[in-house]
Design a protein around this ligand. Structure first.
Ligand SMILES: Cc1cc2nc3c(=O)[nH]c(=O)nc-3n(C[C@H](O)[C@H](O)[C@H](O)COP(=O)(O)O)c2cc1C
Ligand code: SF4
Ligand code: SF4
Length: 305
């Protein structure tokens, strides 16, 4: 048995080249599946791994001799690359400047986002940490203003068909099941949002995806750790910021296209392969406005122990 994802249900295969192995033990140290051990002066696979090789590749990456290869679970020698020098990485001040300069942008210039920039964003997002390899994040890329607009307006049409979901009788029925906080969120946020999106759609205005020239929807599968699509979306967002784009995360779409027949039809139309616990749309485009000031933010709490 191995840890399942939508891409793989089997453990990865570990191949050890005895000729090359110098028994340094580094692979054993980094393997938290306890898949490896030295027995009779030989590196061997363990009879009692924790889960069965998850294919994280850490052993391959740490081995100074190229003596261990992992195959299966979408990984192998071919995926190893030489790390960029530390001096090439952004330092704290550079990174912090990027973080502080970011503002959610909903006003986009006419300029389109080139295929080259899209590729750079996706490449960066692929580096995201994940609950378990291989990544179980899916990305739907809406690469033109028309595609982003259609998606936003279609979503409003879908909400129009789903109005019962925010009706007084339905909210009263659900209150005991989903509790006070959800009830307050639906009454104070979701219901007015439904009405507003639909009204604006009827006026020909897209308030869901703001007619951005590029949008990406990051979502998982029933197996995905719910944090994974959000982390990938965040990395994509900052990669885009580093390329001079403005960005905005859009949380309204994902939770509303998970359940029911109509949601399935919507997903099918956009080739969205799975439902998942979490997902996030991110908008990208060259900003049509420029902020002169940042806004200092605080966490709800910071508890130091
Ligand atoms: C998870 C998440 C969901 C969001 N959903 C939306 C959305 O549906 N529509 C929107 O206009 N902005 C959305 N935003 C942007 C927030 O409104 C924005 O981050 C917040 O107002 C703070 O502004 P700032 O990003 O410029 O600091 C979302 C942000 C996050 C992190
Ligand atoms: S790929 Fe990961 S889990 Fe598998 S043997 Fe190497 S370090 Fe261990
Ligand atoms: S890191 Fe490489 S050389 Fe060292 S024990 Fe593991 S396989 Fe052998």
């Amino acid at each position: 048995m191995a840890i399942p994802t939508s891409r793989s249900k089997n453990p990865a295969t570990i191949t050890i080249d005895e000729e090359k192995c110098i028994l340094c033990g580094k692979c054993i140290e980094v393997c938290k599946d306890f898949s490896l051990e030295i027995r009779d002066n030989k590196l061997v696979t363990s009879a009692n791994p924790l889960f069965g090789c998850i294919g994280c590749g850490h052993c391959m990456a740490i081995c100074p001799e190229g003596a261990i290869e992992i195959s299966g679970r979408e990984t192998g020698f071919k995926d190893l690359f030489i790390l960029p020098e530390a001096s090439q990485a952004a330092d704290y001040n550079q990174l912090n400047a990027l973080l502080e300069r970011r503002r959610s942008i909903r006003e986009f210039a006419e300029k389109e986002v080139s295929a080259d920039i899209i590729e750079k964003i996706v490449n960066a997002a692929r580096t995201s940490p994940m609950g378990l390899p291989p990544s179980d994040v899916n990305v739907l890329i809406l690469g033109s203003r028309d595609a982003v607009r259609s998606f936003g307006l279609d979503f409003c049409g879908y909400l129009n068909d789903m109005k019962w979901f925010v009706s007084d009788w339905f909210l009263a029925l659900m209150r005991p099941f989903w509790g006070k906080a959800n009830d307050e969120m639906f009454k104070g946020f979701v219901k007015p949002m439904f009405k507003f999106f639909i009204k604006k759609r009827d006026e020909g205005i897209n308030m869901v995806t703001y007619d951005a020239p590029l949008a990406m929807y990051f979502y998982g599968s029933p197996y995905t750790d719910p944090a994974d699509p959000i982390i990938a979306a965040t990395v994509a967002m900052y990669a885009a910021e580093s390329l001079g784009l403005g960005t905005c995360m859009i949380g309204s779409v994902h939770p509303l296209i998970q359940n029911g027949k109509r949601a399935r039809k919507f997903r099918e139309k956009y080739n969205i392969k799975y439902t998942s616990r979490e997902g996030l749309v991110v908008l990208f485009g060259y900003p049509a406005i420029k902020y002169e000031k940042g806004i200092r933010r605080t966490f709800a709490s910071e508890t130091y122990l």
